[in-house]
Design a protein around this ligand. Sequence first.
Ligand SMILES: C[S@@+](CC[C@H](N)C(=O)[O-])C[C@H]1O[C@@H](n2cnc3c(N)ncnc32)[C@H](O)[C@@H]1O
Length: 345
Amino acid sequence: MIPPNKKPYADYLNAVLPRPKPRADAPLALDLFAGCGGLALGFEVAGFRTIGFEMDADASRTYAKNLHGECRQVFLEPGQDLADGADIIIGGPPCQPFSVGGLQEGSKDRRNGFPVFIDAVTRYRPKLALFENVRGMLYANKPYLEKIIAQLERLGYTVEEELHNAVQYGTPQRRERLVVVAHKGGWEFPEPEHFGYTAGDAIGDLLASLPENPKFLTPGMDTYVAKYEKASKCVRPRDLHLDDSSRTVTCRNLNGATGDMLRVRLEDGRRRRLTVREGARLQSFPDWFKFEGAEGSQYNQVGNAVPPLLARALGLAVAKYLELADDERPAPKRPPRQLALLEHA
Ligand SMILES: C[S@@+](CC[C@H](N)C(=O)[O-])C[C@H]1O[C@@H](n2cnc3c(N)ncnc32)[C@H](O)[C@@H]1O
């Protein structure tokens, strides 16, 4: 149920994440590993121009069609020329090398994108650099995260990091991200907003009718899911609970018919997997944002994205930071490393 003082969720998304129209003189953000542009959408809405850099053709097309900025389809490597005039560099290097669901090979994984990110910051010296990644960076690869931070500090930045949960910024999904910001003094992380839209608020209207080609669970899948839940000692079946926020939306649980797949139980008792639009709503993409490519590619773009509502909160905080003139910036204090504290947050 949506409380009377809250707009219906889809209307809320349209209101706070309208199609971006940044001013021609707006500050420029280079968005590395840009995906379909979830992070960029939040920053454009917060008043930035963006240029995305992304290797996947479908994701690049999605970005270019929906956002104001261009997306250059490119395989990023250290040493490439990107674009001059960047005020900030943002990005979400691939999380697979750090995810607890993977091998956590970190810097040894060939997909590690941090050498590209650090190289770009070294060469373009933006006023601020921000990257996000999975909480898993605080575990087996924490020494590598500390190296990344030390490199940014050697470039003259003060570096602060915090775990943020998208659910605290209006997203009807529990999705934790480690956000690391390299700045020149005067940075403040956004305050959580504690909203409380539920999964039912987000997709209830879409459940009233059947989508094209609904993906109902077969009896074989029901058995598979039941075994998975027993083996993983689930107290509550992992169907989407409409009165609560969703568990984390990923490429895997949207795209694959696995024991962990995201599915919803309909009023008639049948269960079906989520559509791309339902996944996108749980990620806080407004309905005007359309995904390019085949269905599997669209699921991946949605599952990979930073929820635009979280991105918007970060973008607004960066816009506020940029308003400070250089001589107004508080002397950069070297904050005590908070990684150990964050682990218990
Ligand atoms: C976590 S996703 C980024 C999501 C994005 N920030 C968003 O909010 O939508 C990482 C992206 O990096 C891209 N990628 C991985 N390695 C790359 C490389 N070497 N060059 C360019 N893109 C790369 C992947 O295709 C994927 O779309």
